[in-house]
Design a protein around this ligand. Structure first.
Ligand code: PLP
Length: 388
C-alpha cells in the first residue's frame, strides 16, 4: 500500500486492559459497517447503533443517558442549545389545529417562539400568567394538546405547583412539558410529579462554567423517539465536545447547587434586612408568595435571587456599574455570580404593563449566585449600594 493511501486509514485504539475513566470525545461524523445489513437495521430502527453524526453520537449519548437517570426518565436527547431542545419538543407534539397553553412567566425566547412561530404552523396559543389559575384550569378542561410550564420562573422566581396542575392536565390527556433549568434535577424532579417531558438549557447549571452551550430533553422512550425525528431533520444535535464539557460539569452539579442554595438563602435573608432594598424575591423566604409550594416541591430553593433596590432607574444603573466581583452579563447558573437588570435585558420585549404586572421594575436586579465566598458577595453588593 502506498503512503497516501496508508495515511488516510484510521487506527482505532481498542482498550484491552485499562479502560478510560471518563467518556471519550468521539468526533467521528460517520460510522462504518462490516456488513451492509448492519447499517440497514439502524436505518429502519430495528437495532440501535451509530451511523451518521446528525443522527446520534456516542459522547452525546452518554450525556443523554446520564440526564435521563438524573431526572428519573427513560431516555433523553441533547441539542445545540436549550432553545434547540425546546423548539424540537414543541414541533414534535404540535401540528396544524393543535392547541397549547404556555405560562407567561417562561423564558423570554421560549415565549417569543411560541407567540411568533407556532401560529404560522396553525397552532392555537393561549398565554396565561400563573396567577390566572382559574383561566388555566378552564383551558385544561376545554382540552389542549400541550401545557408548557417553567418553575421557578424568571426573574421573580414564582413556583408552580407542578403536581397539582399536571394531575389535572394528565386526566385530560394533555402532554405536560416542564422547563427545569432554574431548579436542576438536584433541587426538583418534575417527572416525579407526573410531567411528561423535561427540558433544560444545559448552558446554565448543568455545564456550570460559562464555557459551553446545550439543551437536554428527557422523557419516556416513546416521546423521546418522536423528538429524535425532529432533531434529525432540524440538524441541531449537540457537539461531542460540548457533551464532554457538560458531562464533566454534571460531576460537580450537586456540590455546586448545594453551595449555591446555601449562599442564595444567606444573601436573600441579608438583603431582606438591608435598608436600601425594597423587596427580595426568593422562594426560600417566608415572605415569598410560593414559599409553601417551594418547600414541598423542591429539595433546595435554588441559586437565583431577585431584589428591588429602593432607588430609580439611574440609581439601579449606578449599582450595576459599581459591582466589582459580581459580573454584569446575561445567562445564569455558573460558578461566577452574575447580575442583570431584566427590564432592560431578558424581559426588554415585554410591554410596560406586562412588566409591571410581573413585578419587573427598572430597579429589579436578578442575581445568579455563584460559588464565591458569600461574605465577598455581600461586601460587593453592600459597597455598590452605598451611594445609590
Ligand atoms: N430556559 C431557560 C429557563 C433559560 O433561562 C434559557 C436561557 O437563558 C433557555 C431556556 C434557553 O437556553 P439556551 O440559551 O441554552 O438556548
Amino acid at each position: 500500500m502506498l503512503l497516501e493511501t496508508e495515511s488516510i486509514l484510521s487506527i482505532i485504539e481498542e482498550f484491552e486492559k485499562g479502560k478510560p475513566i471518563v467518556m471519550p470525545i468521539y468526533p467521528s461524523a460517520v460510522y462504518e459497517f462490516l456488513k451492509e445489513e448492519e447499517e440497514l437495521n439502524i436505518i429502519w430502527r430495528k437495532e440501535t447503533g451509530y451511523r451518521y453524526g446528525r443522527w446520534s453520537n456516542p459522547t452525546v449519548r452518554a450525556l443523554e443517558k446520564k440526564m435521563a437517570q438524573m431526572e428519573r426518565c427513560e431516555d433523553g436527547l441533547c441539542f445545540s442549545s436549550g432553545m434547540g431542545g425546546i423548539t424540537a419538543t414543541l414541533f414534535a407534539f404540535l401540528s396544524e389545529g393543535g392547541k397549547m397553553l404556555i405560562i407567561k412567566e417562561v423564558y423570554g425566547d421560549t415565549l417569543s417562539f411560541v407567540r411568533e412561530f407556532l401560529p404560522r404552523c396553525g397552532v392555537e396559543i393561549y398565554v396565561h400568567s400563573i396567577e390566572e389559575r382559574d383561566e388555566i384550569d378552564r383551558r385544561i378542561d376545554e382540552g389542549l394538546d400541550l401545557l408548557y410550564l417553567e418553575s421557578p420562573t424568571n426573574p421573580t422566581l414564582r413556583v408552580i405547583d407542578i403536581k397539582n396542575i399536571t394531575m389535572k392536565a394528565k386526566a385530560k390527556g394533555i402532554k405536560v412539558v416542564v422547563d427545569n433549568t432554574f431548579a436542576t434535577p438536584i433541587n426538583q424532579k418534575p417527572r416525579l410529579f407526573g410531567a411528561d417531558v423535561i427540558v433544560h438549557s444545559a448552558t446554565k447549571y448543568l455545564g456550570g462554567h460559562n464555557d459551553t452551550m446545550g439543551g437536554i430533553v428527557v422523557g419516556s422512550r416513546e416521546d423521546i423517539s418522536k423528538i429524535w425525528v425532529i432533531r434529525r431533520l432540524f440538524g441541531n444535535l449537540m457537539s461531542p465536545f460540548d457533551a464532554y464539557l457538560i458531562l464533566r460539569g454534571i460531576k460537580t452539579l450537586a456540590l455546586r447547587v448545594e453551595k449555591q442554595n446555601e449562599s442564595a438563602m444567606k444573601l436573600a435573608k441579608w438583603l431582606e434586612k438591608h435598608p436600601k432594598i425594597r423587596k427580595v424575591f426568593y422562594p426560600g423566604l417566608e415572605s415569598h408568595p410560593d414559599y409553601e409550594i417551594a418547600k414541598a416541591q423542591m429539595r433546595g430553593f435554588g441559586g437565583m435571587i431577585a431584589f428591588d433596590i429602593d432607588t430609580n432607574a439611574d440609581g439601579a444603573a449606578y449599582f450595576m456599574d459599581s459591582l466589582k466581583l459580581i459580573r454584569k452579563a446575561p445567562s445564569l447558573g455558573s460558578v461566577e455570580s452574575i447580575a442583570t437588570r431584566p427590564a432592560f435585558t431578558s424581559h426588554r420585549n415585554l410591554s410596560k404593563e406586562e412588566k409591571e404586572r410581573l413585578g419587573i421594575t427598572e430597579t429589579l436586579i436578578r442575581l445568579s449566585v455563584g460559588i464565591e465566598n458569600v461574605e465577598d458577595l455581600k461586601e460587593d453588593i453592600d459597597r455598590a449600594l452605598k451611594d445609590v
